[in-house]
Design a protein around this ligand. Structure first.
Ligand code: HEM
Length: 151
């Protein structure tokens, strides 16, 4: 496939990538907003409850959040590849900065999940309630940038 053919392929499938991007983003956000909530319950859970929450947290991260994050990145980057001009927009700079922050939060949640799994969590439920709001704030910034393209 020549470079031109590849670029035509990317442009012809742009709307498909955008739809798949938004689907992946919805699944990723669902996990980022739910996992810290499970941590809140996990802090005060008894032995049986903790064992069940451990399974729920591991499955949520491995089978929903990780694939969804990877898919959001792949389809987002395919759209940038199809339209590199997007990178000269201020709103895309703000959006990608918030998206990188969201990806860091994802990895921080993964480390906390492991500390629960090892029975080493020291943090109170209130700590996870506060962190539950971080992806919400980032999501609001990202969606406003992506949809309104203000600058
Ligand atoms: C993971 C890395 C991400 C990359 C590389 C990326 C990149 C992009 C690109 C290039 C577009 C198309 C822009 C256009 O054609 O105008 C787009 C659309 C969009 N993105 Fe992302 N994005 C990412 C993550 C996210 C996240 C985390 C959210 C939400 C929390 C999000 C929400 C959206 C929305 C709602 C649109 C559609 C905007 C519209 O069609 O009006 N993106 N993204």
């Amino acid at each position: 496939m020549t470079e031109t053919e590849l670029h035509i392929f990317l442009l012809n499938n742009y709307q498909l990538f955008r739809a798949l991007h938004i689907i992946a983003v919805i699944a990723w956000m669902a996990g980022l907003l739910y996992l810290p909530r499970l941590f809140v319950y996990h802090v005060d859970a008894g032995k049986e409850g903790a064992a069940m929450l451990q399974v729920m947290e591991r499955r949520l991260l491995r089978f929903i959040m990780n694939p969804a994050m990877i898919a959001a990145w792949i389809f987002g980057l395919l759209m940038i590849w199809a339209n590199t001009g997007l990178l000269s927009n201020g709103w895309m700079h703000v959006k990608l900065t918030a998206v990188v922050a969201m990806t860091v939060v994802h990895h921080i949640y993964g480390r906390w999940r492991k500390s629960f799994e090892r029975g080493q969590n020291q943090k109170p439920a209130k700590f996870y309630k506060i962190w539950n709001e971080v992806p919400t704030v980032l999501m609001i910034i990202i969606v406003f940038m992506a949809v309104t393209e203000p600058f």
